[in-house]
Design a binder for this molecule. Structure first.
Ligand SMILES: *Cc1c(COP(=O)(O)O)cnc(C)c1O
Length: 370
C-alpha cells in the first residue's frame, strides 16, 4: 500500500497524458507554450478569479505575490507556525519579518482572535510596518477568510492565501484561491492537483498585481525580455507540466468528490478511536491530507507500519522552533496549540482512488493500535 498512489490515476488517463505530451514535443514551444495559457484560463475559470499566472513551484506562487506587493525589510507578514516551511520562508527570503500566529485547536488553521491580538501588539511595538497576512488552507480546509479579510481591511493589509493544499476546496460556496486579494497553489505531484514535477499558480482579481506577476515571472521584464524594470525571477511553469495538468483538470472535480467519500468513511469509523479532522460548516476540504491526533502516535504509526500501512507526520516541529527562524527570537511555549498538535498529529493514506478494501485495512489497524 502507498501513502499516495499516483499510478491509479495515471492508468485512468494515460492516453490523454501521452497525447498532450506528444503535442508539446510536436510544437516545440517548451517555455510558456500555449498549454500554459490554456491551463491559466481553465483554472481562473475553475476558481472564479480574473487572473492566473502559471509559475515554477508553489513556493514561487507565494514568493512572487510578496514581491509584487513590494515586501521587504521592516515589513511584518502574519502567518501560522504550523505549516510547511515555504509559507514563512518566502517572507524571510525578502528580508521581511514573519510574525507567527497560533492555530485553532480544531481546524489547525490560523486562529483569527490571536491574529488580531498579534496585529495590535506589532502595531503598538511600532518596529514593523503592518503589511500582509498569509493564511494557510491546512490539509485542504480553507481558513476563516471572512474574519481574516476583515482584520486585513481594518489595518490596511493584503491577504495572500496559501492554497498549496487547499486547491479544489471551498469556503461558503467560493473556491479556494478566490478567497482573498491573491493566492498561490502548488502542483507538486502529491498535492490535490499534481503534475509530474514542480509547478504552481498565482491567482488574483487585481490587474496591477497580475501585471507585476507577469513581469516578475520573466526576470522583471518591461516591454520585452531585455528591458528589465524590476528584479524578478525565472519563475515560469514548464509547458510540459501544464500539458500534463491539462489531462488531469477534467477529472479533478470528480476526484475532489471521491476524496470526500474516503474522508467521510474514515471519519465515521475512526471517530471513537482517535481525534478525527473537523471540517467547519460551509467549508469543503480538498483533503490534501487526512490527519488525525493520538497522544501516542509513535505506537499507532509503528503498528500500522507492521501491517504494511504507510503514515506521515505533517508537521513534527512548528516553524517558530526551527533553526531557520531562530533569529526571530521565539521560544518553546510561545504557540502552545501548534506545539501540542505537532506532537500528536499524523496522516493516513489519502487519495481519490484509495480502495474500500485498503481503507478497511487501515481502519481496522488504527482501531487495533489506538
Ligand atoms: C507544498 C506546500 C508549499 C510549497 O509548494 P512547492 O510546490 O513544494 O514549492 C507551500 N505551502 C504549503 C502549505 C505546502 O503544503
Amino acid at each position: 500500500m502507498q501513502f499516495i498512489d499516483l499510478k491509479v490515476q495515471q492508468d485512468r488517463i494515460k492516453d490523454k497524458i501521452d497525447a498532450n505530451i506528444q503535442n508539446v514535443l510536436a510544437h516545440g514551444k517548451y517555455i510558456l507554450g500555449p498549454e500554459v495559457k490554456e491551463l491559466e484560463q481553465k483554472l481562473a475559470e475553475f476558481t472564479g478569479t480574473d487572473y492566473a499566472v502559471g509559475v515554477a513551484s508553489g513556493t514561487d506562487a507565494l514568493l512572487m505575490p510578496l514581491m509584487a506587493y513590494n515586501i521587504g525589510p521592516g515589513d511584518a507578514v502574519f502567518t501560522p507556525p504550523f505549516t510547511f516551511i515555504a509559507t514563512a520562508e518566502v517572507i524571510k527570503l525578502l528580508g521581511a519579518t514573519p510574525v507567527f500566529v497560533d492555530i485553532d485547536a480544531t481546524t489547525y488553521n490560523m486562529d483569527t482572535t490571536k491574529l488580531e491580538e498579534a496585529v495590535i501588539k506589532t502595531k503598538e511595538e511600532g518596529k514593523l510596518n503592518l503589511k500582509g497576512i498569509i493564511p494557510v488552507d491546512l490539509f485542504g480546509q480553507p481558513a476563516d477568510y471572512d474574519e481574516i479579510n476583515a482584520i486585513a481591511e481594518k489595518y490596511g493589509m493584503f491577504v495572500l492565501e496559501d492554497a498549496a493544499q487547499g486547491f479544489g476546496g471551498s469556503y461558503k460556496g467560493k473556491k479556494a484561491c478566490s478567497l482573498s486579494h491573491s493566492a498561490g497553489t502548488s502542483f507538486f505531484p502529491a498535492k490535490p492537483l499534481g503534475t509530474y514535477g514542480d509547478g504552481g499558480m498565482c491567482f488574483t482579481n487585481d490587474k496591477d498585481i497580475y501585471e507585476k506577476l507577469l513581469s516578475i515571472r520573466v526576470h522583471g521584464k518591461g516591454t520585452n525580455k531585455y528591458d528589465n524594470v524590476r528584479v524578478g525571477l525565472n519563475g515560469r511553469l514548464d509547458t510540459l507540466m501544464a500539458a500534463i495538468l491539462l489531462s488531469k483538470v477534467e477529472i479533478f472535480p470528480e476526484e475532489i468528490e471521491l476524496r470526500q467519500v474516503v474522508a467521510n468513511r474514515y471519519n465515521e469509523k475512526l471517530a471513537d478511536y482517535v481525534t478525527v479532522p473537523r471540517v467547519k460548516d460551509g467549508n469543503i476540504s480538498a483533503w490534501a491530507q487526512y490527519s488525525i491526533l493520538h497522544p501516542d502516535r509513535e505506537k499507532v504509526m509503528a503498528g500500522l507500519k507492521e501491517e504494511g500501512i504507510p503514515t506521515a507526520v505533517y508537521y513534527p516541529k512548528p516553524l517558530h522552533l526551527q533553526d531557520a527562524f531562530a533569529d526571530l527570537g521565539y521560544n518553546k511555549g510561545d504557540f502552545p496549540v501548534s506545539e501540542d498538535i505537532s506532537g500528536k498529529v499524523f496522516s493516513l493514506p489519502m487519495y481519490p482512488y484509495l480502495s474500500t478494501e485498503n481503507q478497511d485495512k487501515i481502519i481496522e489497524a488504527v482501531k487495533k493500535y489506538a
